[in-house]
Design a protein around this ligand. Structure first.
Ligand code: AHR
Length: 492
């Protein structure tokens, strides 16, 4: 191989940037395929060890990476979900058809109470996505009342009768999802009027109001961010934005999850890094329309999306996950950190068994994906204070396109330590990192590295630990990182 990629990073560790909101590490759990049912929920009667119906192995693994936030029940599913179907005696709940995802029967075993059980088990906050597309203002308003009211109203009493005395806390509430598409094929102007109407009637006790999320645009489109932030003058805390990484940038031929070559590797990383420009463009609209910074940008769906796995129901969006996915995740974390002032919440799609999952399950078995380990490494960045830095990296190129070979983050963690993350996108060449750090007499880096022998390496039910973190230690004057790797280390 050629000489290692050189990267120079300089920073004054006494300078503070914005906080990296822990909710940047949020997760999405939709009623889709085997995500909720089987992946998380097995039911209280299952022989798979569970607490309140949620499998213990999966919950414990998710707790270990400190999932801060879970978005539920969709996605496209949210705009067909009627919350009353999911409360009361589970045996009497109606059976619906999940028209978006495989046309399967949805027996509503997981509803509002069960979702809050899940987030309580995880120690996470709740992000509920309401139904604007096929619901009504009254239905959405009553769901909010059911969840948050501390009064003796009949709706709040219904919650008590169903087993929950205290109102729940909701961190975020989405008013519709992808309203440009599965959420109703609306124009941003039409949606804006509906948003204002729906938001008006979402009443909560004082101090209990969730952050309200407007359904925004995706990919290169900035019109939703622009029109919503111009025309919604109250009750809008953030605008959602979705971006998926398809290696071929083509919905008919997205690319294979596990069989790929160096060119596909490059194309995947090139596609994922486009989010940098797209975020910048959306943030520019917000800066212009909302200079006081009241409206955030929430990337509440992102991640890799490959062709369906052979032999599986295509509507279940099940895909394997390789070292490439972990690198995609870490590259995105580094980008989100750069925009931490406005990008304060994101949700990877999705938590278990769907798209770029943390965990795959097969009956009582569970396997942690490389993406899971990327989240594990980066958990020190949750609520850390970012430290601005300059970076000058050699390029990683293919034909006439090039990417930075190495991207990074630096932040002061809640434990008072300064952490650096380094991602080497180049699958063939190591990285030689020169650090010019002011405000520290640190002498070494100590942390973990995630890499593997081959770009396609993955964890399977037969070989669960092929891709897993290993200790990383280096003298601060002599830092080298392997090809295709993620390093997160404390500067000591
Ligand atoms: O994450 C899968 C789907 O992707 C979601 O339901 C939808 O919002 C998006 O199109």
């Amino acid at each position: 191989w050629a000489a290692p990629n050189q990267v120079n990073i300089s920073a004054d560790l006494n300078v503070q940037g914005p906080t990296i909101n822990k909710d940047i590490y949020g997760q999405f759990a939709e009623h889709l395929g085997r995500g909720i049912y089987e992946g998380l929920w097995v039911g209280k009667e299952s022989s798979i060890p569970n607490t309140k119906g949620f499998r213990n192995d999966v919950v414990n693994a998710l707790k270990a990476i400190q999932v801060p936030l879970v978005r539920w029940p969709g996605g496209c599913f949210a705009d067909e979900y009627h919350w009353r179907d999911g409360i009361g005696d589970s045996k009497k709940r109606p059976i619906k058809v999940n028209t978006h995802w495989g046309g399967v029967e949805e027996d509503n075993a997981v509803g509002t109470h069960e979702f809050f059980d899940l987030v309580e088990l995880l120690g996470a906050d709740a992000y509920i996505n309401g139904n604007l597309g096929s619901g009504s203002v009254q239905e959405m308003a009553e769901w909010m009342e059911y969840m948050t009211s501390d009064k003796r109203s009949s709706i709040a009493n219904e919650r008590r009768k169903n087993g929950r005395e205290e109102p729940w806390d909701i961190a975020y509430f989405g008013i519709g999802n992808e309203s440009w598409g599965c959420g109703g094929h609306m124009t941003p102007d039409y949606y804006t009027d509906l948003y204002r109407q729906y938001a008006t009637f979402l009443k909560t006790p004082p101090g209990k109001k969730p952050k309200l999320v407007g359904s925004g645009g995706h990919t290169e489109d900035t019109s939703w961010t622009d029109i919503l932030s111009t025309n919604i003058k109250r009750d809008l805390d953030g605008i959602s934005y979705h971006f998926y990484t398809l290696p071929n940038s083509n919905w008919q031929n997205k690319g294979h999850a596990t069989e790929f070559d160096y060119i596909d590797w490059f194309k995947t990383l090139e596609r994922t890094m486009r989010i940098d420009t797209y975020l910048k463009e959306n943030i520019a609209k917000l800066e212009r329309n909302d200079p006081q910074g009241k409206i955030d940008l929430y990337v509440d769906e992102w991640g890799t999306w490959y062709d369906p796995e052979e032999g599986r129901e295509p509507g279940f969006l099940y895909q394997q996950n390789t070292l490439r996915d972990a690198i995609v995740a870490a590259v995105n974390f580094n980008i989100f950190h750069q925009y931490a002032e406005r990008v304060t919440m994101t949700n990877i799609a999705q938590m278990v068994n769907v798209l770029q999952a943390m965990i795959l399950t097969d009956k009582e078995e569970m396997v942690l994906t490389p993406t899971y380990h990327a989240y594990g490494l980066y958990k020190v960045f949750q609520d850390a204070t970012s430290i601005p830095f300059n970076i000058n990296s050699d390029k990683y190129s293919h034909e006439n396109q090039s990417l930075p070979a190495i991207t990074a983050s630096i932040a002061k963690g809640k434990d008072g330590r300064v952490y650096i993350a380094l991602v080497n996108l180049d699958p063939k060449n190591a990285g030689k990192v020169t650090l010019n750090l002011k405000g520290t007499d640190a002498s070494r880096l100590s942390g973990q590295v995630l890499t593997s022998s081959y770009i396609t390496d993955k964890n399977t039910f037969k070989d669960k630990d092929m891709v897993k973190p290993h200790p990383f230690n280096a003298n601060i004057n002599d830092v080298s990182i392997p090809p295709k790797s993620i390093v997160v280390a404390a500067i000591l």
